[in-house]
Design a protein. Structure first.
Lengths: 238, 235
């Protein structure tokens, strides 16, 4: 898979269009308690991405047919605001947002202690206010911080980050141009304390060597993001 | 699938030494997944689980170490009802013989006709307790699936017809009450009001309007102070 080979996104010094080294992440800020009416909330600003996640519950699951007698259900909704991209997005759910909601719920279900809340529902709303590639990673990271902020018991936080391949070079945390014209994209959801994976997708092709480099970049970035997230949770709003 | 561990060990140097939290009572702020020590030396308390012989935090909050016991005082938490809790609830709905009461927990409690006010009769529940009414009741029973049964049979349990009901953070309830009720007594005296602090983190304040307003303001300031002192002025 060649991608758009004529679009040069790595210069002769090996730097990317925005001046980052291949292993470098975009700047990240995480803030908790941004939605006062929610039980827990977090905002992630990641490059130009701006994502808010709000958590409500645990609450009684309605309609009753979705209740599970032995555990809670995690109801995740990922949505992009109509103004979040240059092309207006039609409001409401589409195939992409359903897919991302589903993979996010599955990633979070592996850490949330759902069995403590039988017949309940925990609602997680992820709203993308500004999108610049990597919104699913920003969404998962924000949702994880919001769940922790809401006091929902979790065995670990989930940090999500993507690496990819651009002009034959593996790079960490793709920006919009790299995502659009690059050759591959590898988003991963990582549990920073155990190093376990709870989510992995791959778009495009990566050789075994490239996959290993992308993996290492993601692990390193996850460590960095986890530090920021832990700092936000320990020192954010009260 | 497992990669390498990417998070650093928890910084316990805020205690008395870099070797970890020694001494009888010490505390550190933790996030879910933080490693809290070896399960051979320590015992897990609230908000702590054991994974592969290590204690792990499952909640965000303040780690409290009391002797060998390590627990977490969560920063935010939902009220979970327990039998004999005194709670302030709001009537949310009713059938012919059951009221549904919002007690601030994930699930509504039920108040059967037999445990409600004695003047209620089958089919006439609305005339005694209507939707939106506040009541002071007690949790009689909590089932394993989180359903709870409330009762109004008991001394002082009644419909709250006057005053104002405020909500506070459940984990900061102790701060409102104070040691042996000191803070609460001071608040009552200062504002000349009647105050009931329920276990579900709802506070009933009754008195004249000026008293209620000043008690609400005092309560708000008290909560803010509790948060600041707990988390180092980051409110």
């Amino acid at each position: 898979m060649g991608g758009y080979g004529d679009v040069q996104m790595i210069d002769e010094k090996g730097l990317r269009m925005d001046g980052r080294k291949p292993s470098e992440c975009r700047p990240i800020e995480i803030e908790t308690g941004v939605v006062p009416v929610a039980d827990g909330s977090a905002r992630v600003r990641w490059g130009l991405n701006d994502v808010i996640a709000a958590v409500y519950g645990p609450m009684e699951a309605h309609p009753r047919k979705i209740q599970r007698q032995d555990r809670a259900v995690l109801d995740v909704r990922y949505n992009m605001a109509p103004f979040s991209t240059t092309d207006r997005i039609r409001p409401g759910f589409n195939r992409r947002s359903r897919e991302i909601s589903k993979v996010t719920a599955e990633a979070l279900e592996s850490v949330v202690l759902l069995e403590l809340y039988p017949r309940s529902k925990i609602r997680v709303e992820i709203e993308v206010l500004c999108a610049e590639a990597g919104t699913r990673c920003a969404g998962i990271t924000a949702a994880s911080a919001a769940l922790a902020h809401a006091g929902i018991p979790m065995t670990d936080l989930v940090v999500s980050v993507a690496s990819g391949k651009v002009n034959g070079v593996v790079v960490c945390d793709l920006n919009k141009e790299e995502d659009n014209y690059g050759e591959a994209d590898l988003p991963m959801g990582i549990l920073p304390n155990s190093g376990e994976l709870v989510f992995l997708q791959m778009d495009g092709d990566l050789s075994q060597e490239d996959f290993k480099i992308a993996w290492d970049y993601n692990m390193e970035a996850a460590s960095h993001i986890h530090e920021i997230m832990a700092r936000a949770l320990k020192g954010g709003d009260a | 699938m497992r990669g390498r561990r990417v998070a650093g060990p928890i910084d316990m140097t805020r205690g008395r030494g870099a070797g970890g939290p020694h001494g009888s009572r010490e505390s550190v702020l933790v996030a879910p997944g933080d490693d809290l020590g070896d399960s051979k030396e320590l015992e897990p308390g609230h908000g702590v689980i054991v994974v592969d012989g290590r204690l792990k935090a499952v909640k965000q909050g303040r780690m409290m170490k009391d002797g060998k016991n390590v627990g977490i005082q969560p920063r935010r938490t939902a009220y979970v009802p327990r039998p004999s809790d005194l709670v302030i609830g709001f009537v949310e709905g009713m059938t012919n013989n059951i009221w549904f009461i919002d007690i601030g927990a994930p699930f509504n409690a039920i108040l059967p006709l037999s445990l409600g006010p004695s003047k209620a009769s089958f089919g006439g529940l609305r005339s005694v307790l209507d939707v939106g009414d506040a009541i002071l009741c007690r949790i009689q029973e909590v089932e394993e699936n989180h359903s709870s049964v409330a009762t109004m049979k008991g001394m002082g349990l009644r419909k709250l017809k006057t005053g104002s009901v405020e909500s506070v953070d459940p984990h900061l309830l102790g701060r409102v009450i104070g040691s042996k009720g000191a803070n609460l007594s001071e608040l009552k005296e200062k504002t000349d009001t009647r105050i009931i602090v329920a276990d579900n983190a709802r506070v009933w304040i009754d008195g004249d309007v000026a008293g209620i307003i000043s008690a609400r303001a005092e309560l708000g300031a008290m909560m803010m102070k509790a948060k600041i002192s707990e988390y180092g002025g980051d409110v």
